[in-house]
Design a protein around this ligand. Sequence first.
Ligand code: ZN
Length: 220
Amino acid sequence: MGWTCRTLSKINYFRKCRKLIVDNSDPIEKLISMLGKLPGLGPRSARRATLFLLTKKDLILRPLYMAIKNVLENVSLCETCGNACTDQVCKICLDPKRDKNLICVVEDVSDLWAIERTRSFKGVFHVLGGTLSAIESIGPEEINIIELQRRVLAENGEKELILALNATLEGQTTSHYIADLFMDTNIKVTSLAKGVPIGGELDYLDEGTISAALTARKDF
Ligand code: ZN
């Protein structure tokens, strides 16, 4: 028995609907797809966020669009340290009160922001923009390690490099690589202390953290 016209038109209708759902040329679907690429947002939350934006067009969507446009047109990376800024050189690098001989090396701008939030660091930064990774074929040329070497060796003064990279395998590999790079120089290389977090209970810590805390113990 053949297909009736009615059945065929039904099939075409569903095909059209399906095409519309996955059609990236549809502006709403495109927005969902782009929001879904943000960290922490899956397809479901991207859909919810899109619907929220559509219902708050003037209150949220338009100001968000303007904010993104502004960032896109005006924000770039500081040519000295790699921080996100609106000028060639960021405010931290330009600040005369900052100790230019104390350079904190971080993986990403988010790490720089985290340290800045403490308001306790008075030096400057160097953002690597990633870590070395054999699996992902990321070598020293892919991140700002060569720039760090050039920067540190070009400037005068007794410098200290504080390695504030994440306590991951890649972070630690990168730290060792940088430490080796400056081994035969008069640059002092230090790293963040590792151990018991403030408010932390020993019973809840992993063996690696307790072991690092024991090794990095200091006079009471
Ligand atoms: Zn800077």
